[in-house]
Design a protein around this ligand. Sequence first.
Ligand code: SAM
Length: 289
Amino acid sequence: KKQLIGTPTRTRAILDTYGLSFKKSLGQNFLTEPKILQQIAAAAELTPNDTVIEIGPGIGSLTEILAQQAGYVLALEIDQRLLPILDDTLADYDNVTVVHQDVLKADFQTLLQQYLPKAQNIKVVANLPYYITTPILMRLLASDIRWEQIVVLMQREVAERLTANPGTKAYGSLSVAVQFDMDVDITQIVPRTVFVPQPNVDSAVVRLKRKSEQRTLTISEKAFTRVVKGCFAKRRKSLWNNLLALYGKDEATRTRLTAVLEQVEIQPNRRAEQLSIDDFIRLATALEQ
Ligand code: SAM
């Protein structure tokens, strides 16, 4: 009986067989701890009704576990060298499709149409390439797909920003963007020792689940994001100063900003990190409508 791909010995054997060297520039840190691979899959609460999109399958260690628990897996891998290896390591699984694709250029809707037109309950599960964690998250959230769940391993520091509450140092525009329509939690901390090669930082598994009650916006998402980013532009400065920088310092603007802040009952001397998501919605709506 074959060992799991994610065991240290099998991973080593695969790397040796193919003479594969790691590409640091592609964030290649492979997981070699089956227990943790199982825990990541468990966090995603997979069933045979689920379709999973995996970003960066590597040599297939997580893909294999996903294939065992979900209905289908569509894996996107940028490194051409890994495609023949994945063909081999995942040969026993007929519910996996690996596509040579840069996730930052991927149109998820089109890919699903093409490969899995019947997909439902779509989830993302991945051990992310850390050099592009935030752009990947932004791209996932900007997509039209209504993700049931997103479970991703990432550097601990970014995980803490995603889950941060108002009033804390880690709270910022990323926290607001992600928590807007998802409940976010860290399901576990993962030590650097379970990867080959070892990264320089510890990691965390973050789970995003769609909120049962969706928040609504009457302004565009783009306008909302612009205001939130503007408010956080200079973290140490007051909301007032950041808003002047965003909208202009002339007398007419000052008058308008004063009126808006009064209307939404937010003190101009507060700082962005003290505002809740609902505060930002009230503020941005009043400013942008
Ligand atoms: N899933 C494997 C595991 O858990 O051992 C590998 C994870 S490794 C941290 C990240 C993977 O993402 C690598 O296989 C890397 O080649 C791939 N990758 C890097 N940049 C990518 C991109 N822009 N699009 C798709 N995959 C990418």
